[in-house]
Design a binder for this molecule. Structure first.
Ligand SMILES: [Zn+2]
Length: 310
């Protein structure tokens, strides 16, 4: 199933010299504020070959809006509990469906980007699309009428894969491997199991919509700047800031934890449920939270372009 981004957010952001967490979350929030999923994505119709009909795209998108709002609130809040979340998750102190895209060989006759049919001049894929030397193979996207490079095979046929974002093509695409979503998980934030005790990890409170939320960071920040350093919470909480702010799952755990903190009787500031501290701290902090966040700026890195990330 695929969503296709129809707005040039990636190129817009790549011109910035740095992006703070607040800005990242703010962009995501403004991108999703007051809009429906159809305003941001072209959603492939139908039920075959990557079509999204009958899937809960609206519900998942609504959750990304909720989570982006929650995370933005958290990043801007100055109370001690809110700061602790940033400490935990960021070490901050005070496709186009590949089946649909169609795998080709480098010496196959190429498709024509105007007609979508095999080229009448007989030119081969390698004549019009630079051949890859690292083993990647060419895929033709019928929807985008463009080539991209990827590993051979159907991405979602690997049951480990939940989703991927790629920005080799314009517009960029998000592919969701819905058949691989864990069936034991709920679908949206409304289906999160209720938390009734302490020491429940945010990692056990996952729902399907978080996959789309995760992919949105690849989409907004660009795949080159968002290598998936880890999906594992135990690893993530040990990352330093430079690594954490590149890692989409860090934002995903952070947003989910803060959301749970706002919507249950517990704080998840340490990543596990703990009874909330008594309301204290009458003296409002005078430290400007933006100056705190400014210490944790994100520098775009020169990583190889054209990578698929999950
Ligand atoms: Zn990822």
């Amino acid at each position: 199933m695929q969503l296709i981004d129809s707005k040039p957010l990636t190129s817009m952001l790549s011109t910035s010299s740095f992006i703070s967490i607040a800005l990242v979350l703010g962009v995501l929030t403004s991108m999703t504020r007051g809009v429906s999923v159809g305003d941001v994505f072209d959603i492939k119709s139908g039920t075959t070959k990557g079509g999204c009909d009958g899937r809960n795209i609206d519900g998942w998108f609504a959750d990304t809006v909720t989570l982006a709002n929650s995370a933005s609130t958290g990043a801007a809040a100055t109370d001690q509990d809110s700061r602790k979340y940033l400490k935990t998750f960021f070490s901050i102190g005070p496709q186009d469906d590949v089946t649909q895209a169609g795998e080709q060989k480098w010496d196959d006759v190429a498709f024509d980007d105007v007609t979508g049919l095999p080229r009448v001049d007989g030119k081969k894929v390698q004549d019009i699309f630079p051949k890859d030397t690292t083993g990647l193979v060419p895929f033709w996207s019928d929807d985008l009428r463009q080539y991209l490079k990827a590993d051979s095979g159907d991405y979602c046929s690997n049951k480990q894969n939940l989703a991927a974002t790629q920005d080799q093509t314009a517009p960029s695409t998000i592919t969701l491997c819905i058949g691989n979503f864990p069936s034991a998980q709920g679908d949206t934030l409304a289906n999160v199991p209720s938390v009734t005790k302490e020491k429940v990890s945010v990692s056990t409170l996952q729902v399907h919509s978080l996959t789309l939320f995760h992919e949105m960071f690849h989409l907004v920040l660009g795949t080159a700047g968002t290598p998936d350093h880890s999906y594992n919470l135990n690893s993530i909480v040990r990352f330093g800031t430079p690594k954490a702010i590149q890692n989409p799952e860090s934002y995903t755990f952070y947003a989910m934890a803060y959301f749970l903190g706002q919507n249950t009787q517990f704080t998840f500031a340490n990543s596990k449920s703990v009874n909330k501290p008594p309301p204290a701290n009458p003296k409002r902090s005078t430290e400007d939270h933006m100056s705190i966040l400014a210490k944790f700026q994100m520098y775009k890195q020169d990583l190889p372009q054209g990578v698929w990330v999950a």
